[in-house]
Design a protein. Structure first.
Length: 93
C-alpha cells in the first residue's frame, strides 16, 4: 500500500493514511486537546507563525497545527482519493 502525502501549508506535508480527523481549533475541547498534546510532547506546529486554523489528529496521537482551513485540507484528501491510479489510467484511454 502506498502512502500519499498531503500538503498542509508552507511546504509541510503529512501522510494521508495517518490522519484520524481534522477539527476547528476554536472550541474549548480542541484547546484542551492542544494543551494536553503540548504537555505530552506530541504537538507539532506547522503554522510557520501564522494563525492556527485547523488541528489535525493522527493515529499516533500527535496533534498537528495548520494555518490552512479544515475544509481545504479535507478537499485535498478527497482529491487524492478521487485520483487513484485506476481513475488516472481510465482517463488516459
Amino acid at each position: 500500500m502506498t502512502s500519499k502525502l498531503i500538503n498542509i501549508g508552507y511546504g509541510n506535508v503529512i501522510r494521508e493514511n495517518r490522519v484520524i480527523c481534522i477539527i476547528n481549533p476554536d472550541s474549548a475541547s480542541s484547546k484542551r486537546l492542544r494543551t494536553e498534546a503540548k504537555e505530552a510532547h506530541l504537538l507539532i506546529d506547522a503554522t510557520q507563525g501564522r494563525k492556527t486554523r485547523a488541528l489535525i489528529i493522527t493515529d499516533t496521537n500527535h496533534v498537528i497545527l495548520s494555518s490552512m482551513q479544515p475544509e481545504t485540507i479535507s478537499a485535498r484528501i478527497n482529491s487524492l482519493d478521487n485520483n487513484s491510479p485506476k481513475d488516472i489510467q481510465e482517463s488516459k484511454e
